[in-house]
Write a protein that binds this ligand. Structure first.
Ligand code: FPP
Length: 254
């Protein structure tokens, strides 16, 4: 349980979460990290300062998830719609992987974290992709927490790409329409092999899904907070986990 104390000077989460709360930890937590821009504005700083603070918070929340024994943490870092932002902001966001990974890779490796990416590689600048791919390669044998970055990701695009590939396989006679089950379809998605998110967190007060994991969120518990992402602390994260633990998941049954 306490396998990862010491990561980035971690505190003992037992002091912050009552003992009974260490049970029923969600396997997969997905987060829409929203509010970087508004956080920066509220401090009189440029939007990009909010993104840098947001990047730093990735470490805090990854640490908290790791301590609890969460298996997969998926972070929505850049959507297919984010390209519509001003070029200066997009360029800055695209530089974050090469800032983040060299800074954090040693600790990630030490703590058995495996990096993964979900989204289209096409369209990403070479320097961003190189940084992500190097981290994926360096951590590929790790067996602990999977830290999954949704980068140049859109739920509709993911579905269309999967459906297109499925159609090609039918055309080529590799499968027949009768073979298509939920399980088979899962394997055509970019989240292939990952469990569905048990809990989705969105920060900053927005209450929508924003084209995130449209297929995978079918039975996910949702948790929204007004807190902006750069200020979303480990205590807020534990609060979300406790809320999840108090819910009855019925999957349509009584
Ligand atoms: C949404 O806030 C946030 C983003 C579009 C970027 C999120 C990215 C990070 C937190 C860093 C990711 C780190 C790596 C290593 C890739 P917003 O700008 O839409 O906030 P606003 O709604 O207040 O304007």
């Amino acid at each position: 349980m306490n396998r990862l104390f010491g990561w980035f000077g971690a505190k003992n989460p037992d002091r912050e979460m009552p003992a009974h709360s260490r049970e029923n930890i969600p396997q997969h937590v997905a987060i829409i990290m929203d509010g970087n821009g508004r956080w920066a504005k509220s401090k009189g700083m440029p939007r990009i300062a909010g993104h840098r603070a947001g990047m730093k918070n990735v470490r805090t929340i990854t640490m908290a998830a790791n301590e609890l024994g969460v298996k997969v943490l998926t972070l929505y870092a850049f959507s297919t719609e984010n390209w519509k932002r001003p070029k200066e902001e997009v360029d800055f966001l695209m530089k974050l992987p090469q800032e983040f990974f060299p800074l954090e890779i040693d600790e990630l490796k030490k703590n058995n974290v495996r990096i993964r990416m979900m989204g289209s590689k096409e369209g990403l600048p070479r320097h961003s992709l190189d940084a992500v791919e190097a981290a994926i390669e360096e951590t590929k044998d790790n067996t602990g927490l999977i830290l999954n970055f949704a980068l140049n990701y859109g739920g509709r695009r993911e579905l269309l790409l999967g459906i297109r590939r499925l159609a090609e396989h039918i055309r080529d006679g590799e499968i027949t329409p009768d073979d298509i089950s939920e399980q088979l379809f899962d394997s055509y998605l970019q989240s292939e092999g990952l469990p569905e998110p048990d809990l989705l967190i969105r920060t900053s007060g927005e209450v929508r899904i924003s084209n995130f994991m449209l297929w995978q969120l079918a039975y996910t518990e949702l948790w929204f907070t007004d807190v902006f992402w750069p200020e979303f602390s480990r205590e807020h994260f534990f609060e979300a986990i406790r809320s999840y633990q108090g819910r009855a998941r019925r999957y349509g049954k009584l």
